[in-house]
Design a binder for this molecule. Structure first.
Ligand code: ZN
Ligand code: ZN
Ligand code: FE
Length: 763
């Protein structure tokens, strides 16, 4: 006999969940208790191992219709009393213990009703039910009740009210419930066109090659026909976005199958209730135009998740509609996604020909989430709509409340309360003051909703980050202590927190750039660390990074300095590789030697950019990650054609004060071989494999020294799925346990989680 403590997260409140658990327990002969803990449901289950397993499976797979189970955690209890039967424990709502649901994609039943002529919600652009619809984005305050959402200005009609109050209805207690009679309305900004006429007008405009802005659940999208090259190119021009891939919304899963290769497991996510953008491999026979994701193996695809999007594809008005729409966030460069008419007109009005809006307010922005796929699981790139603010649990963090402010690019923040880490939706790039404002708004809303009373504020150490300035001001206003933690350590903590791991790890933090404790640029770090602190046990070989912000975009600048470190005739080599001419080389050299706008750096991200430049793939990037992603594609295509192959490229390290991975020697050898006629794809692949081997060697050396067998891989460089796979496989072969991210991004979008975890253990 065994006893387990089960925590269930999700929409498990007010949906008849506890009676269901009690009935299910009886049918499996399980004894114990079930209690509503506000933010989760707690079950103590006692029974045979197999009965408990079957009981857990049943709860997870067949919950009551209106419940959504987002997570189940089961921990075995060592010394539990013997239970006589199964009991429901009535608990009063504990102060501030609440659950905030993410927004849920329109369910199949609502979709059917939407296109059912006999239904009273036929073609209603806001149809929803207890199981689907907006949540976080319309929430004003807790508890979640219609008067505290942006639905408060739409009094229910008699029929809707009946459904809302009837426990037999599938709209019982559904806060956003509404219909064609009483609900919000869509309209075209600046015109008197409303309702279905407005939708038809937008469909026509799109098919005429125009660009439309469309208000959805978490903000506006810019949208055009994904098969119309001229429209796509015009959108690129207007948005000043020459190369960065656009996401595509496809009409249904069959369309996605026709355009892309869908791996087992991916379909469930594409069609599920979260509906993120998934990076899918393109088919050669794709009908969407190449310029949507130029030079890319994959394209970001999502299916319609809001009724208005379903109507864009399928309104029966005779318009011959495309089945693939570009759907990119409606924002000005650097600014957060627009959420109201005023900002839409002002900030994206000049990017589009027509704006379809509606009068249900978006109170918290939520961009579309984006995920890749790795080891048969989602691998998050941007965590937002559908996922935020679902909490992560951290044992031992129960007594502390804190907020963490995250990083600078890809900002998100995190609220820690009662052992739960509520990671916010994606906020954006803090270099833009509008994003700082968005952070301020969302933070205040989230702390109010969670009734949090933070005891500390955590942020990065970078003296120039707007997020740090904001955190300082926030801490001062609230009279709270400010804790600043090192950027790359926060990445590793984020990975540990996501995996619920509190022991010691060897952290491999490979990233763009971050502020190091020695005031140099870090980003290729090996740590020996735990939740309490860290030791920098190694890094890649330092190089000179010349040119400040430009060096983050222009990989050739990094390449020049790396080649200078390895070759006497670097100038000639740079010329042969078309990195730069003589004059530019001399200027770069002078700047480096005279320490003008030059810093010591161990940024691994920059080394990837340099190799991309050396192999003639990208000399510079027009968006973050362009050069390194293109390098990864070259390597992946080679691997696919040739199968696994080993590399004899140098992948050594030096060990004096700490482990120094010799990336400079590797890069110089790659340049040499490329000039001697080496194959670009082979060298790109060899580079990835060599870095993975260096990781294994470095971790092995640290394991010998410190006796730690667990590694954690985090930082923006691990968005590179090839490197992540090769590193994990190599580490496991060497006997390591490897912690990877899955639902939290390895990039800066995840560091708020690590910062909050630190507060939990160091307050
Ligand atoms: Zn529904
Ligand atoms: Zn109604
Ligand atoms: Fe970072």
């Amino acid at each position: 006999m065994k006893t387990v403590n089960i925590h269930l997260f999700g929409i498990v409140q007010g949906v008849g969940f506890r009676p269901f658990v009690s009935r299910t327990a009886d049918s499996f002969g399980i004894k114990g208790t079930v209690a509503n803990k506000g933010s989760y449901v707690e079950i103590i289950a006692q029974g045979s191992e197999s009965d408990i397993a079957a009981f857990e499976r049943e709860i997870k797979e067949h919950p009551p219709e209106r419940a959504v189970i987002l997570g189940l955690e089961s921990i075995e209890l060592d010394d539990a009393p013997v239970f006589e039967g199964f009991e429901i424990i009535e608990s009063e709502k504990e102060y501030g213990d609440i659950f905030v649901s993410p927004d849920i994609a329109t369910c199949d039943k609502c979709r059917q009703e939407l296109f059912d002529k006999g239904n009273r919600r036929y073609l209603h652009p806001f149809i929803n039910c207890t199981q689907c619809g907006p949540r976080l984005t319309i929430l004003d305050a807790m508890p979640y009740d219609r008067v505290r959402t942006s639905m408060k200005k739409f009094p229910m009609c008699k029929e809707c009210e009946e459904e809302y109050y009837s426990p037999l209805s599938r709209r019982y207690d559904a806060q956003p419930v509404c219909c064609n009679e009483c609900g919000p309305q869509v309209y075209i900004i600046g015109e008197d066109t409303k309702g279905l006429a407005a939708i038809t007008k937008v469909r026509r405009a799109i098919m005429e090659g125009k660009i439309a802005a469309v208000k959805g659940i978490g903000g506006f999208h810019l949208c055009c026909d994904a098969k119309n090259e001229a429209a796509v190119m015009r959108l690129r021009e207007l948005k000043h976005r020459p190369m960065k891939p656009f996401a595509v919304m496809m009409k249904d899963i069959d369309t996605a199958r026709r355009e892309c290769i869908i791996k087992p497991g991916q379909e469930q996510y594409l069609t599920g209730w979260q509906k993120p953008i998934m990076l899918l491999e393109k088919r050669d026979s794709q009908t969407i135009c190449d310029m949507i994701a130029p030079d890319n193996i994959t394209v970001g695809v999502m299916l319609p998740y809001a009724p208005v999007q379903m109507l864009l594809f399928d309104t029966p008005d005779g318009v011959d509609m495309t089945d693939c729409l570009v759907m990119t966030s409606g924002n000005a460069r650097g600014a957060p996604i627009c959420r109201d008419d005023e900002s839409a007109v002002k900030e994206i009005g000049s990017f589009c020909d027509i704006i379809l809006s509606h009068d249900r307010d978006i109170l918290i922005r939520a961009d579309d989430s984006v995920c890749d796929w790795l080891f048969d699981k989602p691998y998050m790139i941007r965590r937002s709509r559908g996922f935020a603010p679902l909490p992560f649990m951290l044992k031992g963090a129960e007594g502390v409340q804190a907020v963490s402010i995250g990083g600078e690019l890809k900002n998100s923040f995190c609220v820690l309360k009662n052992g739960m880490l509520y990671l916010s939706p994606y906020i954006g790039d803090m270099a833009d003051v509008r994003t700082v404002k968005a952070l301020e708004e969302s933070l205040s809303r989230m702390t109010d909703m969670l009734e949090a009373q933070p005891q500390a504020v955590v942020c990065d150490k970078h003296p120039m980050y707007n997020s740090v300035t904001f955190a300082e001001g926030y801490a001062k206003d609230k009279g709270l202590p400010l804790i600043q933690i090192q950027h790359h350590y926060a990445h590793i903590l984020s990975c540990m927190a996501e995996n619920g791991y509190e022991g010691k790890v060897i952290g491999v933090s490979f990233d763009g750039t971050g502020y190091g404790d020695d005031k140099t640029v870090w980003g290729g770090e090996l740590f020996v660390c735990d939740m309490q602190g860290y030791e920098r046990a190694g890094s890649i070989k330092p190089f000179v990074q010349v040119g400040g912000d430009l060096s983050a975009k222009e990989g050739w600048r990094i390449a020049v300095q790396l080649l200078r470190a390895g070759f006497d005739d670097a100038q000639d080599i740079c010329k042969q590789l078309s990195l730069c001419d003589e004059k530019t080389f001399k200027l770069q050299t002078a700047m480096a030697d005279n320490h003008l706008n030059a810093v010591k750096s161990t940024s691994m991200g920059r080394v990837f950019d340099a190799v991309s430049a050396i192999l003639g793939i990208r000399l510079s990037s027009t968006f973050e990650g362009e050069a390194s992603t293109a390098l990864m594609y070259a390597a992946e295509l080679y691997e696919r054609a040739k199968g696994d192959s080993d590399t004899d490229l140098p992948c050594g390290y030096v060990d004096n004060e700490g482990v120094i991975l010799d990336t400079t020697a590797l890069v110089c050898e790659i340049a040499k071989r490329y000039l001697a006629g080496g194959d670009r794809g082979e060298l790109a692949y060899g580079f990835h494999l060599s870095i993975a081997k260096m990781i294994v060697k470095g971790c092995t050396a640290l394991r010998e020294k410190h006796g730690i067998n667990t590694t954690a891989l985090s930082g923006g460089v691990f968005q590179n799925r090839l490197l992540t796979r090769l590193a994990k496989e190599g580490l496991e072969k060497a006997g390591f346990e490897v912690l990877l991210h899955s639902l939290v991004p390895p990039n800066d979008g995840g560091i708020a989680l690590g910062q909050a975890a630190y507060a939990a253990f160091n307050r």
